[in-house]
Write a protein that binds this ligand. Structure first.
Ligand SMILES: Nc1ncnc2c1ncn2[C@@H]1O[C@H](COP(=O)(O)OP(=O)(O)OP(=O)(O)O)[C@@H](O)[C@H]1O
Ligand SMILES: [Mg+2]
Length: 237
């Protein structure tokens, strides 16, 4: 469904991605893990057009989508959330939902409200987004992406900094969307969350894939343990 092949991306002297090849099967929940600075967000940025690959390619359902603009990637069916949520704190929750729709017609509002209900924050639709808790902001961003009904969803640390009960709630929403046929690629440092949700996990270290496979295998892989050595894997920054 989604594939990167030999992607390379550098920032100054730092090689953020080096020959990065990953594969996300249709209808799967794939996990992408690795230590801080291993290139996870950069890979999301390359896939979604926010960063340009210097080499390699990105494919969506077999079609090459390398280095096309973010809005185009979005219309092709790849939605994403950001590690640091990109909501507008001085707009209401509903206004945030409608920023991309030019006319904010009744039908748009209705669709937006349905997604707010799905993520459980419809009761806050008239509140300023800045008053939401950190976890609720993540839910707002998720609702925003869901309105476009993307086939593939890239979530960058959906559970990072979120309180434990809300983490479980977010996991359940992902399970529900997965059951409805959506494909996910999820970056997350919370191992319990990742292991409980993902069919397959890819491990990045210094921009390169060091392991990929089912959660059980990845969990005990020596290269994975090495990559995380000296790191608190639960510590999301
Ligand atoms: N816009 C940028 N400008 C300069 N360097 C960058 C930029 N984005 C990422 N990098 C560098 O690229 C490397 C990979 O960063 P990236 O954010 O992709 O890591 P990550 O795996 O998402 O880490 P974390 O788990 O902390 O979010 C790091 O060395 C980082 O400093
Ligand atoms: Mg990151």
């Amino acid at each position: 469904m989604l594939r990167t092949e030999g992607v390379r991306k550098s920032y100054g002297g730092v090689r953020a991605l080096d020959e990065c090849t990953i594969e996300v099967g249709e209808g799967t929940v794939a996990g992408l893990i690795g230590p801080n600075g291993s290139g996870k967000t950069t890979l999301f940025n390359v896939i979604t057009g926010y960063a340009k690959a210097e080499a390699g390619n990105v494919y969506l359902a077999g079609t090459k989508i390398t280095n096309i603009a973010p809005d185009k990637v979005f219309t092709l069916g790849i939605g994403r959330t950001f590690q640091l949520t990109r909501i507008f704190p001085t707009l209401t929750v509903m206004e945030n939902m409608l920023v991309a729709s030019r006319h904010a017609r009744a039908a748009d509002r209705k669709r937006a409200m349905a997604q707010l209900e799905f993520v459980g924050i419809a009761g806050h639709h008239a509140a300023l987004a800045g008053t939401l808790s950190y976890g609720q902001r993540k839910l707002l961003e998720l609702a925003y992406v869901l309105v476009a009904d993307p086939a593939v969803m890239l979530l960058d640390e959906p559970a990072g900094g979120v309180n434990p009960s809300l983490v479980n709630y977010i996991a359940d929403r992902i399970r529900e969307l997965h059951a409805a046929g959506k494909t996910f690629l999820i970056v997350e440092h919370n191992m319990e969350f990742v292991m409980g949700l993902c069919d397959r996990i890819t491990v990045l270290d210094s921009g390169t894939v060091v392991a990929a496979g089912p959660p059980d295998i990845v969990r005990t892989d020596r290269r994975v343990l090495d990559a995380y050595l000296g790191e608190d894997v639960e510590d999301s920054t």
